[in-house]
Every structure is written in structure tokens, then in C-alpha cells.
Design a protein around this ligand. Structure first.
Ligand code: IPM
Ligand code: MG
Length: 365
């Protein structure tokens, strides 16, 4: 069989990034052997560590590497060390820069509860059992990128801060189309989340999403205000299948939804546009636990699985990685510190990654 060849840009980043990335790469090596796909990767610098080495969080070389690759795998960026830097060179700017430059307007954040981890959730068992939600967050518009922005002085010499919430009709339509298409492959239920009772930008959002829905009569479309959605996510999350929302609301709701699953250390994401995708866990760099071999590598490993599905087009391999993760939680009962309240055997970052790699190796093709 001829091997399909893929070139991946790997940015481990800061904090726990390098540790969890190591585990994902272990798993990718097994995938490569087992599924006869030639996955090669090149590591690049991003975030605070890039700033330390080159004076910028997103060096030209890293951007070029990303643009020349089939997909980008990213760990995490940021940390207290770089918090006092000027806004323009903060590690987070690298992430926003990559999203913008690669045109990654659709961010998929699956919120799935593994049966074995139900007790790690702060919510009641009956509320979280079987939860499987897909949050589709718009990623290149809104107040994250809108202008004017910044802090300046007004006529009375008072400092004022300004950010601009802005969406064009086209930006709303293209993310709505992605969400409707995705809903079609699932339970055909889409909830659009806005604040149309107060913000005109999201009144337009609601109008355009509704209009787009005309092309998807088979998908049941609902609308919800973001404050209500925040409440419904903990009250009765099982009412949701696919949620589509703006950049800022999606950022906030996805952290909230992560806790349904027990730990933010479990949630992967895919950022897609019309070309290459970027895959990263939704959690941050967790500097407080960096270098201690205690971070949960599963969100990173599951992000690699999303890459196999969406960019490398090997859904069988993606499903196998997900199955291996479920197997390690269920059969081996391994638990990193963040999910220890679910009972089981304590494991470090490396031990968890090794176990997933071994499980994957032992699965029948
Ligand atoms: C996320 C993160 C980022 C965001 C930060 C690190 C810039 O919170 O991916 O959710 O706000 O988008
Ligand atoms: Mg966030």
C-alpha cells in the first residue's frame, strides 16, 4: 500500500504545552505505523517561548511553517511571565494571529461526557449522563478583531477603553452554513445563541442565521439569549445538540460547557476555514502545574484525533484514537489529577499518554 504523506506544523507553546504535545506525538507515531499514513512533523516556536527566543510571539518562520503544512497542532500559549508585556506582543496574540492569517473562522468544540468520568463532573449524574454537544464558535470576527479598539484619552483627559463588536452578513452566513451542515450529520438540531434583545450586531446575527435556515428545512433551528444559554447549560444540557454562536460568547460558553464533562483537560477543538485546520485543546497553558508530569494530555490527544478526521481525512484512525482514550479511562481506569474525583488509578501525563499509545496499538484495525 502506498503511504499517504502529510506534513504537520507542531507548536507546543508554553506551560504544559510541551508535555501534552509529547504525548499526542507518541499517539500520532502509532497512528502512522498502524494506518499506513506517513505523518511527518516540524516543530516551531509560538507564544511566550517564541517571544523569549525571537522577540515576537508569532515569528515569520512559524507562520510560514503553518502555511506550508497540511495541518497545525498547537499545545497552549501564555503564562504570568509574559502578562506585563505590551498587548501587541503577548503570547495570546500569536493564537489570534494564526487564526486570522489561516482564515480559521469555524471553531468546533465538542463537549462529550465519558461515562467513566461522570463523577468528576460538579453536576448531578442524571444531568450530565450521555451529553454530546458540539459548540460551533465563530473565530475570526466580533469584538476579538473589531476596530476601533484600544485605550486612549478623551477630551477631559480621562482614559477610555474601546472594543468593537462587529459582524458582516457574510461572516455570519458562512459560520451558519458550517453549523447547519454539521447539524445535518448529527441530530439535526441547531441552537443559535445571541443577545439580540440588547445588541444590534447580534440582532443581525439572528436574522442571517434564520435566513440561512431556509436552505436547511430538515434542521430544527432555535434561538437563545446568551445569559439564558449559560443557565440552560448547567440546568439541562441534554436539550442541546449543535450550538452556534459568536466569538466572545463561544469563548465563554465553551469553558462553562467543559465543566459538564468533569474537566477542561478533556476538551479538544478544531479550527477550520477553507484550507488547513488548526487543532488545540481548549484549555490554557496552566503554568502552575507545568513541568510536573501531572497535566491531562487527553484534550491534546483528542485534538490530534480531530486533525486526523478533518484535515488528514482518515476517520477510521481518528475513531481508533478516540476509542483508545475511552478504553484507557474505562478498562485501565487511569486518571490524571484533574479527573481523580471520578475514582480510578492515579496517573501522570506520560503514563496516560503511554497507555493511550499502547491501547491504540492493541486495537484491531
Ligand atoms: C480559547 C482561549 C483564547 C481565546 C485565548 C487564549 C486568546 O481562551 O481558545 O478559548 O480567547 O480565544
Ligand atoms: Mg477560552
Amino acid at each position: 500500500m502506498t503511504n499517504r504523506q502529510f506534513q504537520i506544523a507542531v507548536f507546543a507553546g508554553d506551560g504544559v504545552g510541551p508535555e501534552i504535545m509529547n504525548e499526542a506525538l507518541k499517539v500520532l507515531s502509532v497512528v502512522s505505523d498502524k494506518y499506513h499514513i506517513d505523518v511527518r512533523w516540524t516543530q516551531g516556536l509560538i507564544g511566550g517561548s517564541a517571544y523569549d527566543a525571537c522577540g515576537t510571539p508569532l515569528p515569520e518562520e512559524s507562520l510560514r511553517l503553518a502555511l506550508e503544512s497540511d495541518a497545525v497542532l498547537l499545545g497552549a500559549v501564555g503564562g504570568p511571565k509574559w502578562e506585563s508585556l505590551d498587548y501587541s506582543v503577548r503570547p495570546e496574540r500569536a493564537l489570534l494571529g494564526l487564526r486570522e492569517k489561516l482564515g480559521l473562522f469555524a471553531n468546533l468544540r465538542p463537549v462529550v461526557v465519558f461515562d467513566e468520568l461522570i463523577d468528576a463532573s460538579p453536576l448531578k449524574k442524571e444531568v450530565v449522563q450521555g451529553i454530546d454537544i458540539m459548540i460551533v464558535r465563530e473565530l475570526t470576527g466580533d469584538i476579538y478583531f473589531g476596530r476601533p479598539r484600544g485605550v486612549s484619552l478623551d477630551a477631559q483627559n480621562r482614559r477610555i477603553g474601546v472594543n468593537t463588536m462587529i459582524y458582516t452578513e457574510e461572516e455570519i452566513r458562512r459560520i451558519a452554513v458550517r453549523a447547519f451542515e454539521l447539524a445535518r450529520t448529527r441530530k439535526k438540531k441547531l441552537m443559535s445563541v445571541d443577545k439580540a434583545n440588547v445588541l444590534e450586531t447580534t440582532e443581525l446575527w439572528r436574522e442571517v442565521v434564520t435566513q440561512t435556515g431556509g436552505d436547511y428545512p430538515d434542521v430544527e433551528l432555535g434561538h437563545m439569549y446568551v445569559d439564558n444559554c449559560a443557565m440552560q447549560l448547567v440546568r439541562n444540557p441534554s436539550q442541546f445538540d449543535v450550538i452556534v454562536t459568536t466569538n466572545l460568547f463561544g469563548d465563554i460558553l465553551s469553558d462553562e460547557a467543559a465543566m459538564i464533562t468533569g474537566s477542561i483537560g478533556m476538551l479538544p477543538s478544531a479550527s477550520l476555514g477553507s484550507g488547513r485546520g488548526l487543532y488545540e485543546p481548549i484549555h490554557g497553558s496552566a503554568p502552575d502545574i507545568a513541568g510536573k508530569d501531572i497535566a491531562n494530555p487527553l484534550a491534546m490527544i483528542l485534538s490530534a484525533a480531530m486533525m486526523l478526521r478533518h484535515s488528514l481525512n482518515v476517520p477510521g484512525a481518528a475513531a481508533a484514537v478516540e476509542k483508545a482514550v475511552a478504553g484507557v479511562l474505562k478498562e485501565d481506569g487511569l486518571r490524571t489529577a484533574d479527573i481523580q474525583s471520578a475514582g480510578g488509578r492515579p496517573a501522570g501525563t506520560r503514563e496516560m499518554g503511554d497507555a493511550v499509545a499502547r491501547k491504540l496499538q492493541s486495537l484491531k484495525e
